[in-house]
Write a protein that binds this ligand. Sequence first.
Ligand code: SF4
Length: 378
Amino acid sequence: MSFAKVFSPQAIARALERAEHAKAADVRAALDSGAPDAASFAALLSPQAASMLEEIAQAAHRATVARFGKTIALYAPLYLSNDCVCTCTYCGFSLGLDITRKTLRIDEVMREAQLLAGQGFRNLLLVSSEHPKLVPPSYVAQCVRETKRVAHYVALEIAAAEVPEYRQYVEAGCDGVVLYQETYDPEVYARHHQGGPKKRYAWRMDALERAAEAGVRHLGAGVLLGLADWRFDGLALIEHARYLQRHAWRSVVNVSLPRINPAAGDYTPAKPVSDAQFVQLICALRIALPMAGIVLSTRETAALRDRLVPLGITHMSAGSSTEPGGYAEPGTSGEQFHLEDVRSSVVVAHALRELGYDPVFKDWELMAASAQTQTAGV
Ligand code: SF4
């Protein structure tokens, strides 16, 4: 199986072109069908749908509560390294940028994990830049093995890998792999990924399938909003997630759609996404992917995050740091991007309760409550 082989950017563009002329009836047909095909999903991203946002938001809320209840899984990213051999225009870890570089020793990783465990987190996402020598698979596997001593669920957001490497991670206890395509537009992808292994667009696109083949049970797909047209990347993401649900059916699939935030290098998004467009996309994803968790990152402001919760969100990071060692010693190494929601996990959990939601720090409680998945993104 290979999504890269069947994915057609032209077909996505054609569906969006048709959706430019969608009528209210087309939007309602997409809402009523529950899990529409790609063409009808495009109607939910149309200008017509933008004028029906309140109606779409209510449908998304109903779909979320029916499937997931009022439960939000909280997790924390734990950055292992910011040493990177790749040149990605939008990232604060990009090769050549003048930041303090650091790859944590195992004892430093455990210090971070213990601090997060002390805050109640049992769901960790180990994040790393790409550096084959400083962050080899053996190191990643050891980090997974060690952090599983304090966390019940450990996922990875690291370089794309081959099946044997993913097997190594699974054997160490890895529960999930998060790997964003960033953008599905091949030309935009080539412009923004200028050096290093991440340049390989198709190879990256099939990485989650390789992870599933190796036995990874939770897969996290996603796009970085702001690089390309948000409708294009939204529709492509839904196609990819639906493909994974069909072909990697032993695994569960989550999606994430972070918006670009400032970082070292000062990248300005070429295609900024407004709050209203962001809301429309989240609602559309919920309607089109009723079984998938949707992850919301701390890149969004606290006020917006609170408003988005009822619309389809199932997973949130909280109290995050995007620098290696940033929980124990903040400010001693370069961060990947600036955070907007800097509330502690306690404050976020309190805000969720005020909204009538149950914040969940532990995997098994969430599984019992809603049978949902635990794959997440920063
Ligand atoms: S996006 Fe990933 S691979 Fe690219 S520079 Fe940043 S850390 Fe490295």
